[in-house]
Design a protein around this ligand. Structure first.
Ligand SMILES: Nc1ncnc2c1ncn2[C@@H]1O[C@H](COP(=O)(O)OP(=O)(O)OP(=O)(O)O)[C@@H](O)[C@H]1O
Ligand SMILES: [Mg+2]
Length: 265
């Protein structure tokens, strides 16, 4: 299987501090990764490298076979091959556009604009992705009026629009209520188990948000990798406690995960 992402000794240094610290990590085609780590651990920074929007200060990052910062790599050709859904993206999108327009513009590599003639086939695709995310009733709603959960689902539909080879999700379930979270986990689980769906990397703070079908976990703390490998091997109480810096017990319940702190003695 070919590498979708290959990081070798990647550091991102800002103001003398390594936000990502000598990370070596490879994601193979078809794998679905979860990134876990506390606030400020460097998860979003790492995802920004994986999306080609941030170049490493040190080390090499190869995304879909293209190495960042080398003469042969054109990031403008690379970026449409990567789907990204995160809070930063939501802020760039015009609030007055409809949900359907918001998803459609992704096909043309832009965040705004409705003057273009859109192909009927693109509109069909946009409708199909929105349907898959349970957003068919919101096609004509203005993006800016959506609730947190609705916005998150629209952004995932948008990220799928370019038919990406790599899908990056930054805390897709953050801010959702329990029903919204469970609905999203179910939909992500369906996507994760779909053999023709793109390789996926999802950042989360909560093991409860890991959908069945996710295969691997990367744990980071203070920019450093603590554990990386198959979920069933690496998602242990020991690793999670180390990662979040407190004693935790992680349990598998059916095909889902839960974690809780040990009672104070
Ligand atoms: N441009 C920057 N200059 C300096 N520090 C930065 C910069 N961008 C991010 N940081 C810092 O880098 C650290 C890692 O940030 P990052 O956003 O990657 O964390 P995260 O793991 O995504 O956290 P969260 O769970 O809160 O989203 C944080 O301490 C943040 O304040
Ligand atoms: Mg973050």
């Amino acid at each position: 299987m070919s590498d979708v992402l290959e990081l070798q000794d990647v550091s991102v240094v800002r103001e003398g501090r390594a936000l990502v610290d000598q990370v070596s990590w490879s994601v193979k085609e078809g794998e679905r990764w979860v990134i876990l780590g506390p606030n400020g651990a460097g998860k979003t920074t790492l995802l920004n490298v994986a999306s080609s929007y941030l170049y490493p200060s040190k080390g090499t990052a190869t995304i879909l076979g293209e190495t960042l910062g080398t003469p042969g790599t054109d990031v403008f050709e690379l970026r449409p091959r990567i789907g990204m859904a995160g809070i930063a993206m939501a802020d760039k999108l015009p609030k007055s556009q409809t949900v359907l327009q918001t998803v459609l513009t992704a096909a043309y590599g832009m965040t705004a604009g409705w003057q273009e003639e859109y192909e009927a086939v693109d509109e069909q695709r946009a409708r199909a992705f929105l349907d898959r995310l349970g957003m068919s009733d919101y096609l004509e709603r203005r993006f800016g009026t959506l609730s947190e959960g609705e916005r998150k689902r629209a952004l995932i539909a948008r990220a799928l629009m370019t038919d990406p080879e790599l899908l990056l999700l930054d805390e897709p379930a953050a801010g959702l209520d329990l029903g919204g979270r469970e609905d999203l986990v179910r939909r992500l689980g369906r996507l994760a188990r779909d053999p023709i769906a793109p390789s996926m990397i999802m950042v989360t703070h909560h093991v409860e948000e890991i959908a069945p079908g996710f295969t691997h976990v990367l744990m980071i703390r203070q920019g450093k990798v603590l554990a990386a490998g198959p979920v069933e091997l690496e998602l242990t109480s020991r690793n999670l406690s180390h990662c979040f810096g407190l004693p935790l017990v992680v349990e598998q319940v059916g095909d889902r995960w839960t974690a809780q702190g040990l009672p104070m003695s």
